[in-house]
Design a protein around this ligand. Structure first.
Ligand SMILES: [Ca+2]
Ligand SMILES: [Ca+2]
Length: 628
């Protein structure tokens, strides 16, 4: 008998559309369980020929060893199963699910216990990478085996019967879905689709249609490096629905979540990557179209225009790490802590202390804040303990936030004391590449962040070493008045506008607009909440404090006092020209008890967080005190 050795690759079926399925068929004929069908198995069948038995020599499970079993060996003669994986079996951990169909070939007996194991493609022999394992009961007909809690990526999957004898270990491949997509209109007749990569994927395709859930159109196969694709020739003002699929060598994974977009005149042409087209298109959406412009594009590029009209484009230098709750540079060095949702100032532990008012049913907000100067004559109103630069990096913030589903966006300003830069190797650097010193002055820095689930996301945040938008106190001895506005664009632009306008506070004259200092305008991609439902709007004053002490909060020595909401409590007691408004389409309304909880103290006596309410919901001033 000639010897043929070939790898059994499971039959893969990837159907276009919702009928996505893959099938692993385990090859029969290995009577002695050595993972090869050869002479030894043939001899076993011949030796037991005519016997009634439940032993593996009865390969097809009909209770007798006969011609049918002999044919199974002959038909599969020379076949060799896939090897075992190296590594330890571990519980699967991940966010993805794929269904696999498994079948025992040439089997009429009862269902048998089968194990399905998988490892990332290319790491099959790497013992340091764990094996994820699933158990199923499988017979001679197709059995669906759900593989839940998978990591993202392309995996080699191997299935084998738990009992020795009959079936070879069979190998196939699966690829999970694309974890995130975003479809943005980029012109009157086109939409650009962005996505996150699937580890190990060899290609992608974008599919679309005009009905949700149906995608009759498909792009060509796009390379493994592709992360965006522009679909052209679409009808203007018509809604299209998109999914992205990842492939491993022609095997297509399940479709991503769906996103939709409406091509329209005036859409921002992100796909051109041209600041001279993108910036004017964004300006066209602004009212009024002045001020510094810092635009965060869907793929994480910053488009910047300064007050002289100089334009530039560069990768967003920082990203938001939702797991750690901090802003990091691309090397993972810490820039600043940011807020994490879901923890209250009133809880006994938490990464920060804050005063928050929040409500549902609105999708945006405008709030006027008063920010005291760090020091005025001999009084200190803002203090960030210098030693915390290396540890907690506690620092004051004032910001607005909106969350819905797993998306959270936040825009505001954060205080950075003189001497703080990027935390790297136990030191403060302004620029880790050039290793120049951090700024020697106190400043506020605007930021705009979007987080979706635990995805690392680029952030619009002015670079510490490039101080164009550092808001300094040098011309504002009485403090700053900051007007924050955060609102998803409801005019089909599929974006969120964030604006911080800053004036120097004037002594005894709070009702005239004081001297204008700067205007920061951010624009980032986001999916506005479906018909504006389910959004939670919040406004906050906080000190980030990322390492709580044993008594629930750490007395770091930092404090932040006399910050006002719609109110200027320090040098000239009085209302600010605007107080607090929430945006509920189609218009703004006062931030009232109808939409929000009032601010509260922590502990109730207010020794750590003290909110003095002037008018409930939209006028107050706040002290947060972590003095030791
Ligand atoms: Ca064998
Ligand atoms: Ca038989």
């Amino acid at each position: 008998m000639r010897t043929r050795v070939w790898w059994l690759i499971g039959l893969m079926v990837a159907l276009l559309g919702s009928g996505f399925a893959q099938t692993l068929v385990l090859t029969n004929g290995d009577v002695n369980g050595d993972n090869v069908v050869d002479d030894a198995d043939l001899l076993e069948v011949q030796f037991n020929f005519g016997n009634s038995t439940t032993a593996p020599a009865d390969l097809n499970g009909d209770g007798i060893v006969d011609d049918a079993d002999l044919l199974i060996v002959l038909f599969n003669f020379g076949a060799q199963g896939a090897p075992t994986f190296a590594g330890q079996v571990q519980s699967p951990q991940g966010a993805f699910s794929v269904s696999l169909t498994v079948r025992l070939r040439d089997w009429v007996g009862s269902a048998q216990p089968v194990k399905v194991q998988l490892k990332p493609v290319g790491r099959e022999s790497d013992a340091t990478v764990p094996i994820f394992e699933y158990s199923a009961s499988v017979g001679g007909t197709d059995t669906t085996v759900p593989l839940d809690n998978l990591p993202a990526g392309a995996c080699t999957v191997r299935a084998f019967a738990v009992a020795s004898g009959r079936w070879l270990r069979t190998q196939g491949r699966i690829v999970t879905e694309v974890p995130w997509i975003f479809a943005a209109p980029t012109g009157a007749n086109k939409v650009t689709v962005y996505w996150d990569g699937v580890p190990g994927a060899t290609g992608y395709r974008v599919r679309w249609g005009t009905t949700s859930g149906s995608y009759p159109n498909s792009s060509a196969v796009l390379p493994a490096t592709a992360r965006q694709h522009t679909v052209v020739g679409l009808d203007s003002e018509r809604e299209y629905y998109f999914v992205v699929e990842a492939a491993y060598d022609g095997l297509w994974g399940p479709p991503s979540e769906e996103d939709s977009a409406v091509p329209h005149e005036g859409a921002i042409p992100w796909d051109t990557l041209d600041p001279n087209q993108i910036i004017p298109a964004v300006r066209n959406l602004m009212e009024p179209p002045y001020g510094y412009l810092v635009v965060l594009s869907p793929e994480g590029l910053l488009y910047i225009e300064d007050e002289l009209g100089n334009r530039q484009v560069k990768p967003a230098p920082y990203q938001y790490n939702p797991t750690a709750g901090q802003v990091e540079d691309r090397q993972g060095n810490i820039v600043a802590p940011l807020q994490r949702t879901g923890e209250d100032a009133e809880s006994s532990t938490g990464p920060y202390r804050r005063v928050v008012t929040r409500g549902t049913g609105c999708i945006g907000a405008v709030v006027m804040f008063y920010m005291p100067p760090p020091v005025y004559t001999y009084s200190r109103f803002i203090n960030v303990s210098s030693e915390t630069n290396r540890t907690t990096r506690d620092t004051p913030y004032a910001y607005l936030g909106i969350s819905y589903g797993d998306t959270d966006m936040e825009g505001g300003i954060g205080f950075h004391p003189a001497g703080r830069g990027i935390h790297k190797r136990g030191q403060e650097w302004s620029d880790p590449e050039r290793e120049i010193p951090p700024p020697s002055y106190n400043r506020w820095q605007p930021y705009l962040k979007i987080a979706r689930g635990n995805r690392l996301f680029p952030i619009s945040f002015e670079e510490i070493g490039v101080p164009m938008n550092h808001i300094r106190y040098e011309n504002a001895p009485y403090g700053l008045i900051v007007r924050l506005r955060l609102i998803p664009d409801v005019r089909c632009a599929k974006g969120v506008e964030f604006r911080a306008k800053v004036w120097a506070a004037e002594f005894d004259d709070p009702n005239d607009y004081p001297r204008f200092i700067c205007d920061f305008y951010g624009f980032a991609d986001v999916k506005p909440p479906d018909r504006f439902r389910g959004a939670k709007t919040r406004r906050l004053i906080s000190i980030a404090q990322i390492r709580p002490g044993s008594d629930g909060y750490q007395r770091t020595g930092s404090f932040f006092e006399f910050v006002g909401v719609g109110y200027q409590p320090l040098f000239s007691i009085g209302e600010l020209p605007y107080s607090a408004y929430a945006y509920c389409p189609p218009s703004y309304q006062l931030w009232t008890g109808g939409i929000s909880d009032p601010p509260i103290n922590f502990p109730p006596g207010g020794s750590v967080v003290n909110a003095t309410v002037i008018e409930p919901y939209f006028q107050e001033y706040v002290h947060i005190n972590l003095r030791r």
